[in-house]
Design a binder for this molecule. Structure first.
Ligand code: SAM
Length: 231
């Protein structure tokens, strides 16, 4: 089992090895918190429809599965009302402002599938190994300061045979989108996500095998990537 104390040390080692200082990590976290504090009041209005195609496909896949679901970077909880009642849902997010909106949504909608919403860093998930049947990471892997660590945590908390579902915009291979991504990259901290994040960064772990990648949305701008925990 890998819980907060021991994993934090490993995480620090990994950051030192990768050249990222603790100060840099803190600054990144501060930037994410500041960005989502600004986005929280208008997030649903700005990103509700824009990101809808990816969420719809992810919910379709998730609802066909059984057991416990973890939504990493649950944000304002836009998908929470759509899960079928046979699922038990836990959501985590770093931003208290985004979570406040999600909590209101759950209370107002009396959404009984949601068991818990926690303020939690996705690089230090306070759950036992093999706790979840499904882990969803929607529009979040390109946002977190340390995506490799989040991926490792997703793999750890998934049960063998469990599925991770990533939805995001991943970097394009050049063309007009590639050009726009390059233009947006200097504004990463202000935007709160990386426009140029390649899908290869979530592939290639020996314990997460690739199941499917489906491109969708306007001009295939988004992708849903499904990975299965080996074991
Ligand atoms: C673009 S929003 C996506 C929200 C939601 N999944 C959706 O589909 O609308 C990204 C979310 O990731 C959260 N986030 C960023 N870094 C995080 C971290 N290290 N741990 C947990 N959540 C994080 C942000 O606070 C934000 O709510």
């Amino acid at each position: 089992m890998k819980i907060e104390g021991s994993s934090a040390a490993e995480i620090r080692d990994e950051r030192v090895l990768s050249g990222a200082s603790a100060e840099e990590a803190r600054l990144d976290e501060k930037a994410v918190l500041a960005a989502y504090s600004r986005w929280a009041p208008v997030y649903d209005w700005v990103f509700g429809k824009v990101f809808e195609a990816g969420r719809r496909r992810a919910v379709e896949v998730i609802n066909a599965r059984e057991g416990r679901l973890l939504e990493v970077g649950v944000g304002t909880g836009l998908t929470l009302p759509r899960y079928k009642s046979h699922l038990k849902v836990t959501g985590v997010d770093l931003s208290p402002d985004m979570l406040a909106v999600a909590r209101r949504r759950v209370e107002d909608g009396r959404i009984e599938t949601v068991e818990a919403l926690h303020e939690m860093d996705a690089t230090r998930l306070a759950f036992e190994d093999s706790s979840f049947d499904t882990v969803a990471v929607m529009y979040t892997i390109t946002v977190v300061p340390h995506p490799g660590e989040v991926l490792a945590e997703v793999a750890r908390v998934l049960k063998p045979g469990g599925e991770a579902i990533f939805v995001s915009h991943f970097a394009s291979d050049g063309g007009l989108y590639g050009f726009v991504e390059k233009l947006l990259t200097p504004f990463t901290k202000k935007l709160g996500w990386r426009p140029d994040f390649p899908v290869s960064r979530i592939l290639g772990r020996h314990d997460l095998e690739h199941v499917e990648t489906r491109r969708l949305g306007i001009l295939n701008l988004f992708a849903v990537v499904r990975l299965r925990k080996v074991g």
